[in-house]
Design a protein around this ligand. Sequence first.
Ligand code: PNS
Length: 160
Amino acid sequence: MRVAVCPGSFDPVTNGHLDVFTRAAALADKVIVAVLINKTKSGLFSVDERIEILREVVSPLPNVEVDSFYGLLVDYCKDHGVNAIVKGLRAVSDFDYELQMAQMNYRLGGVETLFVSTNPLYSYLSSSLVKEVAKHGGSVEGLVPDAVLPKLQAKLEAQG
Ligand code: PNS
């Protein structure tokens, strides 16, 4: 069985991420969307909230599951029989850092990284921009899965 992992912060998941999961799901027998537990950076959504949202969003994709991880991605890959890391490349600006991580992950754990070219519809999209736009009252409809919209609104209202 070929297992792929899509790692990230997903704070929150965007339609760009979902596009990558969908395409990875067509390439691998099983895809694990793995949320990084970052103990030094608290996000807008807690890791548990992100996992809950992700599970809802990937529910139409039968071979995709959601998990979290702490520490090195290569250790997660080893422990879970992961054959490849799948990432989206939005633009050349992503390339340097992604290549660096891919090379380091190959050196550390012999894990391959496969890049899918992000759908141009989402090439400018990031979780940070979504949060900033939503925070200042802009519409992010169509940029995040519909399930995210009320949760984002509620979170930002609670923050004041
Ligand atoms: O969505 P993000 O925050 O851009 O995702 C970054 C992520 C989670 C893919 C990356 O930070 C990561 O893999 N972190 C785990 C720690 C690790 O393995 N670091 C070495 C990578 S070369």
